[in-house]
Design a protein around this ligand. Structure first.
Ligand code: KIV
Ligand code: ZN
Length: 525
């Protein structure tokens, strides 16, 4: 069982791999989940919610593997309020050195109506399921979903039932991001005052960001006595996301004068994990995002720059190095060697094994041949691209030549490899990107709808790399792909193919028997 934290210690419960992965389009592969779990453990997260084991075979396998591998953190799995979910969850987390079962049920009037349970029947269900979970595992977390819209008397009653049945952590979710900081604090205070046994357990706060108040609501709950914050890297999560880990942790560090709490997080690991999560989830971090946005430490105006040169504290309340950002002026180019690249990447937070470095070095040289000066942002884009577009993908762009210009039609000559077999096609379209996407669809026909197509220049200048994001939707499944290249059309082709690869993973996840080669390839080559 997780020991009850000391008065000033706040436990960090990360749910990037569960609530975060529930964001439409944020699919992660099995390997990516293992990697993120390892980074979370290394940075000092107390509890990792690794997934929802009954949701799919893939979730079950990921939670089991993370449970086996993790050295320090408690490994938690999610389960609805029924024995089948709870048993499946236990089967996955039991391999952990410190397992936890997290079971939940919606307690607000709106949520009670869904399983059509009256208050008594729901109370009985909570008693049975928490007792069952506790018979399996010493560490049980219980959540009344939509707690912030549940009648107070009923909330007190069900929390008491869960505590009596053996729950060791009671999580209070603001499922729809509806609450306000004062209200969030009052709710925790009320539960601590009114519920018998409240002193024996840990209260957790789980906030969503629909009104942009998740961080404030979580911190207010802590001030009122919650000692576990549920959060995700980059605030990833359903709809507007969850409380961002980096925000609450840095707020408690920077404003320790008024928030006298500590966490076990090594904050210098924040930027690296933020970038990894952005890459593997396909969710770019907005430039002005607190703590981890590209502009969070950038100073544009003359007055600010002047102040910064005289005394950084004039416009910075924390140092970039606090989150692991190292600022250097060393620009790389085609004469830079392997050692310089390794050192530079380490400064940017990427520690590479020799074989990974070899691969990245080849890509770096190719980039440096096309681009005179390679800046930090170029290298970050290149690292993201190497991570998402690997040599093992089901679909891979092998060759692309596009004819574009004022004379229509524009055409794309493409070699696409499908499961290792190369197919050569030529397609015409309304512009180079349209022609390229059509060529991909000629080789791999699919009904995915293009929901988003976005291009960003990584740095300035006409030789700048472009990062392209593509979001696809197919029968309610959403996948986002990203890629970078100095050629915008090549980046577009790779991003489209990357999104298709992710959609295939999603398809298999929801239907393990799905035939991913459900197409008849038209090989024109
Ligand atoms: O937001 C929510 O209510 C949840 C629960 C499953 C804890 O994510
Ligand atoms: Zn949630």
């Amino acid at each position: 069982m997780t020991a009850k934290p000391e008065q000033d210690r706040v436990l960090i419960f990360d749910t990037t791999l569960r609530d975060g992965e529930q964001s439409p389009g944020a699919t992660m592969t099995h390997e990516e989940k293992l990697e993120i779990a390892e980074l979370l453990d290394e940075m000092g997260v107390d509890i990792i919610e690794a997934g929802f084991p009954i949701a799919s075979e893939g979730d079950f396998a990921a939670v089991s593997e993370i449970a086996r591998r993790t050295r320090n953190a408690v490994i938690c799995g999610l389960a609805r309020a029924n024995f089948k979910d709870i048993d499946r969850c236990w089967e996955a987390v039991r391999h952990a050195r410190r397992p936890r079962i997290h079971t939940f049920i919606g307690t607000s009037p709106l949520h009670r109506a869904i399983p059509n349970l009256d208050k008594e029947q729901m109370a009985e269900r909570i008693h049975e399921t928490v007792t069952h979970a506790r018979n399996l595992c010493d560490d049980v977390q219980w959540s009344p979903m939509d707690a912030t819209r549940t009648e107070h008397d009923y909330l007190c009653r069900v929390v008491e039932i869960a505590i009596r049945a053996g729950a060791t952590t009671i999580n209070i979710p603001d499922t729809v991001g509806y609450t306000y900081p004062r209200e969030s604090a009052n709710l925790i205070r009320m539960l601590r005052e009114r519920v018998p046994g409240a002193d024996e357990i840990t209260f957790a706060t789980h906030c969503h960001n629909d009104l942009g108040m998740a961080t404030a609501n979580a911190l207010a709950a802590v001030e009122a006595g919650a000692r576990q914050i549920e959060c995700t890297i980059n605030g990833l999560g359903e709809r507007a996301g969850n409380t961002a880990l980096e925000e609450v942790v840095m707020a408690m560090k920077v404003r320790n004068d008024i928030l006298p709490f500590r966490t076990g997080i090594d904050t210098t690991k924040i930027i690296n994990i933020s970038r990894r999560v952005s890459t593997v989830s396909g969710f770019p971090v907005q430039f002005n995002k607190a703590i981890v946005g590209k502009n969070a430490f950038a100073h544009e105006s003359g007055i600010h720059q002047d102040g910064m040169l005289k005394n950084a504290e004039t416009f910075e309340i924390m140092r970039p190095s606090d989150i692991g950002l190292k600022q250097t002026n060393l620009v790389m180019g085609k004469h830079s060697g392997r050692a310089a690249l390794r050192a530079k990447l380490a400064e940017l937070g990427y520690e590479l094994a020799d074989n990974q470095l070899n691969d990245v070095f080849v890509r770096f040289k190719a980039l440096a041949d096309r681009k005179k000066e390679v800046y930090d942002d170029d290298l970050i884009a290149l690292m993201k691209d190497s991570a998402v577009n690997t040599g093992n993908d089901f679909l891979q762009v092998k060759f692309l030549r596009v004819i574009c210009g004022t004379e229509a039609p524009q055409s794309a000559d493409l070699i696409l490899s499908v499961d290792g077999v190369e197919h050569h096609v030529t397609a015409q379209g309304d512009g180079p990107v349209d022609a390229t996407f059509k060529a991909v669809r000629m080789v791999y026909p699919n009904n995915a709808r293009l929901e988003l197509y976005q291009v960003h220049a990584v740095t300035e200048g006409t030789d700048a790399q472009a990062t392209v994001s593509v979001r696809l939707e197919e029968e309610g499944r959403i996948a986002t792909g990203q890629a970078a290249d100095t050629d915008t059309v090549v980046a577009s082709a790779k991003a489209y193919v990357n999104a298709l690869n992710r959609l295939i993973v999603r398809r298999q996840k929801s239907d393990p028997d799905a035939d991913i080669k459900q197409v008849s390839y038209k090989d024109a080559g």
